[in-house]
Structures are given as structure tokens and as C-alpha cells.
Design a protein. Structure first.
Length: 148
């Protein structure tokens, strides 16, 4: 609760100058407030606002939740590859070809366990000498807040 209040203190102070009750807060106010900060603060503020308004709605102190329908995305850090000095001799530790493939994909290409589990023989493009890694889609933009 204390952390949420730290994130919400500037927002609530601003809203008290304009509104007499939180029932007057609109979705546009929420989007503007969340978009006013950058980076990780965007997600933290959105989560705190969502929690506040859900609690108020549950207590029947407000009729509509202005955070409902807003979506906040945040950039996830991609895994990094191993340094070349750590890669030396790593492939020789596995005697099985499948083990070497997993080591190479993980160490050289930073393939995560979900991508490895989803590999099929259809992903192997023999004519092109390539292995197709299917991921869920393009990375989301860096911290945005938009109404759905």
C-alpha cells in the first residue's frame, strides 16, 4: 500500500485541485496521467491507479472504473548471449548432437526455453540451411498507455 501511495501521491494531489471526488476522474485523465511519466514509472503508476479504482469500485464508492479498458505495455529485456571467453569449450561438454544444438541456440543466439520447446522439424529449412524460431510477435513499444 505504501508503495502504491508513493506512486499516486502526485496524481492525487493534482486531481484534488481539479476534482472534488474521484468519481469525476475519466479514462482520458488516467491515460494522460500514466503517459506523463517515462520508463518503469509508467507501468508502476498504471498498476497503482488500477488497484485504487478497483478497490473503490469493490467498496461501491465509485460507479465506473476509469482504468478499465486501458492497456499498459512495457519493454521486456531480451536475454543476452554468453561472452566469447565463456563459450570456449562449451560445445565440447556435450557428447550428444541434440545437446550441442541446445547449447548453441542458448549460448550463441540467446534462445529461451519456450522457443526451444516449440521447435518442430517443420522449422528446419534444409534448402536454406536455416532454423526458424517462432516467437509470439514483435516486441511491444517502450512503455505506453492506450485505451482499448
Amino acid at each position: 500500500m505504501r508503495r502504491y501511495l508513493v506512486y499516486l501521491a502526485p496524481v492525487l494531489a493534482d486531481w484534488t485541485t481539479r476534482y472534488t471526488t474521484l468519481r469525476q476522474v475519466t479514462t482520458a485523465d488516467v491515460v494522460a496521467t500514466v503517459s506523463a511519466v517515462q520508463g518503469a514509472r509508467t507501468h508502476e503508476r498504471a498498476v497503482a491507479l488500477r488497484s485504487l479504482f478497483r478497490a473503490l469500485k469493490h467498496a461501491k464508492l465509485i460507479f465506473t472504473d476509469p482504468t478499465r479498458g486501458t492497456h499498459v505495455t512495457r519493454r521486456e529485456a531480451l536475454p543476452t548471449t554468453l561472452a566469447p571467453d565463456r563459450l570456449a569449450g562449451l560445445l565440447d561438454t556435450s557428447a550428444h548432437p541434440a545437446g550441442r544444438l541446445v547449447l548453441a541456440l542458448t549460448a550463441l543466439h540467446a534462445t529461451n526455453s519456450t522457443d526451444l520447446r516449440n521447435l518442430t522439424l517443420a522449422d528446419l529449412l534444409l534448402a536454406r540451411g536455416q532454423l526458424l524460431l517462432r516467437r509470439d510477435g514483435p516486441p511491444p513499444p517502450a512503455s505506453t498507455c492506450t485505451p482499448k
